[in-house]
Design a protein around this ligand. Structure first.
Ligand SMILES: NC(=O)c1ccc[n+]([C@@H]2O[C@H](COP(=O)([O-])OP(=O)(O)OC[C@H]3O[C@@H](n4cnc5c(N)ncnc54)[C@H](OP(=O)(O)O)[C@@H]3O)[C@@H](O)[C@H]2O)c1
Length: 240
């Protein structure tokens, strides 16, 4: 198997990369991160690639680099995402909506996965049974939005789901052996979620390693007919 994890220095991305290394007889694992890759990836089977995937041409360049090593990819996991950083906080009210912040959230959470799928798609197509999985969030569900708030993050994850659902429909004809999934990892203790975990939610939150095991279990259970699904970490459909 040849696998690639994007966002491999993030909480869930690093754990997924480790779990993939442990679970499969891999020919190669590509890990993609902006900064230094975690030390656990310093093994012969891993190729660490450094990239800001939103830089112009970055996903085209990534596909070229992968193709320099391998003719195909069997599993791609996109674990990149943005909820907050120094300058950006989830909006509690419409008065907090900011055009620049919205544009950044859409770029990381929706545009980046679509570009990744566009440019790695031809490598996935060469696999007899490939999976492209991208981490979404339950708060991106329009039907399930009962709490409100977090305008930009919610909307960018809804856009993520629409882009990848549309792609899955195209791939059904163009490359029917590639399954495209949107996955909700559950509540996981990572730098992304930490500032928003109450004592109660923290009690029930998963470690990245637990989440990674569940997510790979889900990926192992899917069939081509599941392509285009939005599934949680237990494999249950999440309402759109
Ligand atoms: N944690 C949760 O409870 C939870 C719940 C629901 C959904 N999710 C989703 O799960 C995914 C992973 O989240 P996480 O909790 O593991 O968050 P995290 O630890 O903050 O990881 C996010 C990763 O995205 C990467 N990234 C952001 N912009 C990028 C860019 N332009 N180019 C390349 N990489 C970029 C970051 O890279 P750097 O390391 O360089 O910053 C980081 O590694 C996200 O999509 C998130 O929305 C998480």
């Amino acid at each position: 198997m040849v696998a690639l994890v994007a966002g491999a220095a993030g909480g869930i991305g690093a754990a997924l990369g480790e779990e993939i290394l442990e679970r499969y007889r891999l020919r190669r694992l590509f890990v993609v991160s902006r900064g230094e890759p975690p030390a656990c990836f310093a093994t012969q089977r891993v190729v660490a690639l450094r990239a800001d995937l939103l830089a112009p041409g970055a996903t085209v360049e990534l596909a070229r680099s992968v193709a320099g090593f391998e003719a195909r990819l069997d599993l791609v996991f996109n674990c990149c995402g943005l909820l907050h950083d120094g300058a950006l906080k989830p909006e509690k009210s419409v008065s907090a909506i900011d055009a620049g912040a919205l544009a950044r959230l859409f770029a990381v959470n929706a545009t980046l996965p679509a570009l990744l799928a566009r440019d790695l798609g031809p490598l996935l197509r060469r696999s007899p049974d490939a999976v492209f999985a991208s981490l979404s969030a339950r708060v991106g569900s329009i039907a399930d939005n009962r709490a409100g708030g977090w305008y930009g993050y919610r909307a960018s994850k809804a856009a993520h789901n629409m882009l990848l659902r549309t792609l899955a429909l195209e791939w059904r004809h163009a490359q029917p052996r590639t399954v495209c999934l949107m996955l909700q990892p559950g509540t996981v203790v990572t730098p992304l979620s930490q500032p928003f975990l109450s004592a109660r939610t923290r009690e029930h939150a998963m470690t990245p390693a637990q989440a990674a095991r569940h997510l790979l279990d889900v990926v192992e259970r899917v069939a081509p007919a599941d392509s285009g699904s939005f599934l949680d970490w237990q494999g249950r459909a999440v309402p759109w």
